[in-house]
Write a protein that binds this ligand. Structure first.
Ligand code: MLT
Length: 272
């Protein structure tokens, strides 16, 4: 695995890259950094993984515009530099990373062989979800970002995997000091403003992987299931023990499912 900083629009963006083969970009979610994918980029052979820290997360500098569209432009700038302007690739996003993946698919579909939504949704925020985010913003302002994330993170794990994933949850909690309140609030505002992108799924015409967790409280299973019939070609999986963090909670099963998707999808999109 290699780590490096690159400059995108005069900002430092931190990337991890590993492996060789078809390119797979892994986008992390809210209050996380690229290390949530470490069980994938360190373990799955046969692919070249590119895993950025999104601005204001991990080791990447914050930017003014954190809209899902601006993040899609940032991902495009990263791959133009790292891969070239012509090669097609796969983007997989966890939760907020999935919202960015959909914005990317809307703007730059010609760059994609397929994409994946892990514990994510193509629907816009409901009014209820927006109210919950407003409360979250008040909590961040009153108690600080670390306290907010430390309250949120344990709830991302399903009750069945919590006992066996104690160390992984501790590790996740140890990353919580890394965020500014301004970055978390900015991402919350951007998620509230993101539009419904179900039409992107319906019109993609690409193989789409959808991964959901039975105990996900952030993206309830009922919502993920509604996405299942939208794409023409879907690889849909329910992780029976997971909450919102399947790639950490059921790491080995997730890796098998992801490898299967990537391998089968590449066979159909790149014959010969
Ligand atoms: C995430 O994990 O990225 C968030 O749960 C997404 C969200 O709040 O909608």
């Amino acid at each position: 695995m290699q780590e490096k900083n690159i400059q995108v629009n005069h900002k430092n963006i931190f990337l991890r890259t590993s492996g060789t083969g078809p390119v797979v970009v892994l986008l992390h979610g809210f209050g996380e950094d690229g290390r949530v994918w470490k069980h994938q980029y360190n373990s799955i052979p046969g692919f070249r993984f590119i895993v950025p820290d999104l601005p204001g997360s991990g080791r990447s500098e914050m930017v003014d515009d954190t809209s899902m569209e601006a993040m899609a432009d940032l991902v495009k700038a990263i791959i133009d530099r790292e891969v070239g302007k012509d090669e097609k690739l796969v983007v997989i996003g966890h939760s907020m990373g999935g919202y960015i993946t959909l914005a990317f698919a809307e703007k730059y579909q010609e760059r994609l062989l397929g994409f994946g939504l892990f514990h994510s949704t193509a629907f816009a925020d409901s009014d209820e979800k927006k109210m919950t985010r407003q409360k979250g913003i008040r909590f961040i302002e009153e108690n600080g970002p670390e306290s907010f994330l430390k309250t949120m993170i344990p709830n991302l794990y399903g009750p069945m995997t919590k006992p066996e994933n104690v160390e992984k949850i501790q590790y996740h909690l140890s990353l919580a000091h890394n965020f500014s309140g301004a970055a978390l609030v900015s991402y919350y505002m951007s998620m509230m403003q993101r539009p419904d992108r179900t039409s992107v799924l319906r019109n993609a015409g690409l193989p789409v992987m959808i991964l959901m967790g039975r105990f996900d409280q952030a993206i309830p299973m009922e919502e993920s299931l509604k996405l299942a019939y939208m794409a023409d070609i879907s690889y849909i999986h329910m992780l029976d023990k997971s909450g919102h963090m399947g790639m950490v909670e059921e790491e080995s099963l997730t890796n098998d499912l992801l490898t299967n998707y990537l391998t089968r999808m590449l066979k159909t999109t790149q014959p010969g």
